[in-house]
Design a protein around this ligand. Structure first.
Ligand code: UD1
Length: 316
């Protein structure tokens, strides 16, 4: 598994999820290269382990940049993306350039320098509003944004590189990932980052809709572990896996827990009409990752929230 990795590239390694992957890899003695154009990633996310990695500021759409960053690597973790769903609605062409051509450039660059395996960040966004939950990997794909179409395209390219070119690829469809370093600053940031910032400031949160909509929230360290297993497992290539916990949490329950843990209990949320295009239900069927990879999320929501809140408090 991870101990067999000599050198790895993390695209988007200065971002939320990518920086946690880079931190873990470099902490395990893997020679780690981070490629990031800092469009949404931040150098501050590398604080504490900067000296253990090689940082390359560059764009994944640039083939030469990708090739030189991937040179000598046996593995690539592709986390770089145009990450905002609403911004992809406003600018489908720009986001497709990054999420589609950028991904293709990473795959092709990796292949051309002899990388053995690429693990790619896919998204539960590909399911759209599901007919039933939990959602299996085979469920109908109903992308409802350019971002979701682009992540589905990423999966097709990954599969093609596995089948046609014989470069091993694994796609991980992340559900709602949360944890330290998730940026709370936009209204479209992950709900846990927003609620954590609100709880810290003892402000009332906004809940869109009745708050009974639910998600499958997975802590970032579990996502890192899923990546490391996918990187090393001999049965992983050619597969797509849901990466979630299999547990549902409503937005109302989420606020109650965050408020309780952070000593903001009693602060009542404000309610506004549901966001346009909001999904009501999202919950991963996690059987496939468990049976093939032996992966199971370990961090309970309360434990993950405690670690996340501690981090946001440290920022304040
Ligand atoms: C998430 C992803 C999105 C992905 C989608 C796939 C994030 C930030 N977004 O969207 O990229 O396409 O999963 O299904 O991870 N909410 C509030 N108050 C707030 C903020 C949010 O009530 O201040 C509610 C939202 O209306 C939503 C829920 O919380 O019902 C979760 O919102 P959010 O964290 O943005 O995630 P998704 O909508 O699941």
């Amino acid at each position: 598994m991870a101990h067999r990795i000599q050198k790895a590239l993390v695209t988007g390694g200065a971002g939320f999820i990518g920086s946690h992957i880079a931190e873990t890899l470099s902490g395990q003695g893997v020679e780690t290269v981070v490629l990031d154009d800092l469009s949404s990633g931040k150098m501050a996310n590398l604080d504490g382990f900067k000296d253990r990695i090689t940082f390359v500021k560059g764009d994944i759409r640039d083939m030469e940049t990708v090739k030189s960053a991937a040179a000598g690597c046996d593995l690539v973790f592709h986390e770089a993306a145009f990450v905002s769903v609403p911004a992809s609605v406003r600018d489908p062409v720009l986001s497709a350039g990054i999420n589609e051509i950028g991904t293709l450039t990473v795959l092709e660059g990796a292949r051309s320098v002899g990388v053995k395996r690429v693990v790619l960040a896919a998204s539960s966004a590909v399911y759209g509003d599901p007919e039933t939950v939990p959602i299996t990997e085979e469920a109908r794909k109903r992308p409802t944004s350019p971002y979701a179409v682009q992540k589905l395209t990423l999966e097709f390219y990954a599969d093609l590189y596995n089948e046609l070119y014989g470069m091993e690829t694994v796609c991980l469809r992340y559900f709602n990932v949360y944890g330290p370093r998730q940026d709370p600053s936009s209204p479209y940031s992950g709900v846990i980052s927003i609620f954590s910032a609100k709880a810290g400031a003892k402000e009332r949160p906004l809940i869109y809709g009745d708050g009974n909509q639910f998600r499958d929230f997975i802590f970032v360290s579990d996502v890192v572990r899923a990546n490391l297993i996918a990187a090393g497992h001999e049965d992983a290539p050619g597969h797509i896996f849901n990466i979630g916990t299999g547990r549902r949490t409503s937005v109302n329950e989420l606020w109650e827990r965050i408020a309780t843990i952070s000593g903001a209990a009693g602060i009542e949320p404000e309610y506004e009409p549901a966001r346009e295009g909001d999904i009501y239900a999202s919950l991963a069927e996690v059987q496939k990752a468990e049976s093939i990879l032996g992966f199971k999320a370990k961090i309970s929501l309360d434990e993950g929230l405690k670690r996340t809140l501690a981090w946001y408090q440290g920022l304040a």
